[in-house]
Design a protein around this ligand. Sequence first.
Ligand SMILES: Nc1ncnc2c1ncn2[C@@H]1O[C@H](COP(=O)(O)OP(=O)(O)OP(=O)(O)O)[C@@H](O)[C@H]1O
Ligand SMILES: [Mg+2]
Length: 226
Amino acid sequence: MDVNKVIIELENVRKEYHMGDNIVNALDGFSLQINSGELTSIIGPSGSGKSTLMNIIGCLDRPTSGSVFLEGNDISLMNDKQLSRIRNHSIGFVFQQFNLLPRLSILENVETPLMYAGVKASKRKKMAEDALNKVGLGERISHKPTELSGGQKQRAAIARAIVTSPSLILADEPTGALDTATGEIIMNLFHQLNNEGRTIVIVTHDMEVSEKCERIIRVRDGRMEV
Ligand SMILES: Nc1ncnc2c1ncn2[C@@H]1O[C@H](COP(=O)(O)OP(=O)(O)OP(=O)(O)O)[C@@H](O)[C@H]1O
Ligand SMILES: [Mg+2]
């Protein structure tokens, strides 16, 4: 793992939303560098632009202006197919509400990104089982999401995020729907994944969560607070 290599670079990124005659400046000139291997938290009030920032870093959305580089590649030069390939292979996403597919078992949920990546069935199952073992859910693989606790659902979602071995994990309020003790278990899991060399960015409202990260980025009104 190439530590200190810049993995994410934003230069003067703006994101405007047009709402009738109003323009919302969700990101108002945001510049940022994140190095490979960092564990970073992004904290700021509701509406300050945190999710917008994560969506842009995660190639789920494009900026109105400014540049975004992922591993040195300018994403504005990529077409939608190339962006979806980066999302599928290089980034793992974790969300507040877990976003597990309710009709699928936990194992099938974790296999989903591998299906999109074209991994064949037998290999997929083994990789998904390995990821579930890693998050301590090896015993629950045939359960449906509704049959799990909140913390178990989030561990399943983390297994899904790491199953393709992405270099970058983006988590938007991953402990927001969990009680404090369960949130701590999830944060310990992120620390473990970070110790293995993964770059992790966590959006949170919670100072206790952000203080457990080596780096804190504060966002206010679409800008980085310094
Ligand atoms: N699709 C959209 N259309 C219009 N405005 C939007 C859209 N998405 C976000 N916004 C606006 O952009 C601003 C930033 O929103 P964002 O979701 O990034 O905030 P946030 O920091 O994630 O807030 P929270 O902590 O509540 O999740 C807000 O003023 C929001 O209303
Ligand atoms: Mg948000």
